[in-house]
Design a protein around this ligand. Sequence first.
Ligand SMILES: [Zn+2]
Length: 101
Amino acid sequence: MRLLNKLKALLGGQTPLPTIEASSLKIEDVGKMLRLLDAMPLVEVTCDEVNEVLDEFTEAAVRGENVAELMPLIHQHVQKCSNCQAKYLALKRILQAMPVA
Ligand SMILES: [Zn+2]
């Protein structure tokens, strides 16, 4: 979450950036910055954080909810972390095997 705070500060938090004048920003630089931001995930969650909400996440997924939109960070982590993905798939199998309450 540190990165997010940094971004918030950059994008007009209480910390102005006296060293950068908007007029001195070149459009190429802005493009470069945007591409950089686009290329990296905004916030990383840890396996621990995923573990905490994995049952909630999986239940929503089993209910057919759009978890990619509901919990994008968790979804993103589960997509690329084989550990959490294995746990998610196992949990999903269990939930799907249970009769709907
Ligand atoms: Zn993980």
